[in-house]
Write a protein that binds this ligand. Structure first.
Ligand code: G3I
Length: 376
């Protein structure tokens, strides 16, 4: 492994030098190939989730890395209803406007996240009782945000996580008060308010057969209503050593056959034990802390580092195989220290799910992702 880490640092140092030197375009071309966005620029967008500090460029290491490595960005939290529409008729546009400006300055496409989600709703919405009041929030929220950001963001996750694990519709406030056509109505409103924005459905575990079938039904219902849907996001919150490659490929093919783009929108591979039954990303499910669930506080064993790298390499080989169907691959965070998986489903753990470590240095997985293309 020592040789490996020397190799990694030499590769990265050489790439950095290439990046920083004034030299010929050819020299920079080589350096560009060492970046994620440069390596896959002819295949699909490579994105990351951005937190508030990163959007405000308060984190210098992240600020250097983000525009170099990524050509797409999803706000991790600032465009969710509880943050951007905290009171009835009150909208906090500032941070999202900063994100739009930052992205435009760095040739990064913004995927706005998310218009309609059962989670992270402000208290005033959670307290609504009548169908009319929920419909009024639903309509004003979509119209205001989708029109304000039309032409400024590239895409919206119009509806997020509307399905149960068996493919039926989740009993959210929107389903209960507006009925089972609410998803079509959300896309219809978004289409009218944002004619220049791509419109997506986004969910986790839709690589699993029953939930995949539910997602196909959602897309077909929108299409049969004559309403625009441009793509579907498979979130990709998986576990290293347990990545369902075969089911992922079946979902790429099933969703691609609907004539829409397939995105991987929140990719991370947890390396920690999962105290919850089954693979879920339902943020409402949690578990109490126990040291047995947090085995790598002192660092990640080489064997796990290798597993993580191998899984990411195999995933990107699959993505490249289906690059005609895939529009974007977004990692759910820039580096391990940012990941939600340090606090979910158990708070206060040390996870290692992404391509850059806590010092923003590339991990073996980063080089294996690059090699999935350069060695293909
Ligand atoms: O900003 C407040 C801060 O002021 C306060 O001191 C702190 C107290 O705990 O909370 C902070 O807000 C937290 C927010 O992240 C920003 O850090 C919320 O409590 C916390 O619930 C929120 O978690 C986010 C989670 O969605 C729920 O919105 C995660 O960062 C985010 O990674 C996660 O992302 C979701 C996707 O949006 C949808 N798909 C699943 C994915 C993982 O759950």
């Amino acid at each position: 492994m020592i040789n490996q880490s020397i190799r990694i640092s030499l590769l990265f140092v050489s790439a950095t030098i290439l990046c920083n030197c004034s030299g010929s375009k050819q020299v920079n071309k080589a350096a560009e190939k060492m970046t994620l966005r440069g390596t896959f620029k002819d295949d699909f967008l490579i994105g990351t989730a951005l937190n508030t500090r990163q959007i405000e460029q308060k984190d210098p290491k992240a600020a250097a890395l983000i525009p170099q490595q990524f050509d797409a960005a999803t706000p991790e939290n600032i465009m969710k209803a509880e943050e951007i529409h905290p009171q009835w008729g009150t909208y906090n546009f500032d941070l999202a406007d900063k994100l739009v400006a930052y992205a435009a300055a760095n040739n990064i496409r913004v995927n706005a996240h998310t218009l309609i989600w059962h989670s992270q709703l402000p208290a005033y919405v959670r307290r609504l009782q009548s169908a009319d009041s929920v419909r009024q929030f639903f309509t004003e929220h979509i119209n205001t945000l989708a029109s304000h950001y039309d032409g400024k963001v590239y895409s919206w996750d119009v509806v997020n996580e509307a399905l149960n694990e068996d493919g039926t519709l989740r009993k959210s406030i929107f389903l209960q008060k507006l009925g089972d056509n609410y998803i079509v109505e959300a896309f219809r409103l978004a289409q009218q308010a944002a004619p220049n924005t791509q419109l997506y459905y986004n969910d986790y575990n839709i690589e699993q057969p029953r939930k995949r079938a539910g997602a196909v039904a959602v897309v077909q219902k929108i299409q049969e209503a004559g309403v625009r849907i441009d793509g579907i996001g498979i979130q990709g919150h998986w576990r290293a050593g347990h990545v369902p490659f075969d089911e992922i490929e079946k979902s790429i093919e099933a969703f691609g056959a609907l004539g829409i783009k397939v995105m991987f929108t929140e990719l991370d591979l947890s390396v920690l034990p999962n105290p919850l039954n089954g693979n879920t990303a339902d943020v409402s499910q949690t578990a109490a802390y126990n040291a047995q669930y947090n085995p790598f506080v002192a660092g990640l064993p080489d064997s796990i580092q290798q597993q993580l790298a191998s899984d990411y390499e195999q995933l990107f080989k699959l993505f490249l195989k289906h690059k005609d169907k895939i529009g974007r691959v977004t990692f759910w965070g820039v580096n391990d220290g940012q990941s939600w998986l340090n606090d979910w489903p158990v708070r206060g753990r040390t996870n290692y799910p992404l391509l850059f470590d806590r010092q923003f240095a590339p991990k073996l997985a980063y080089y294996k992702v690059i090699e999935s293309k350069t060695k293909s």
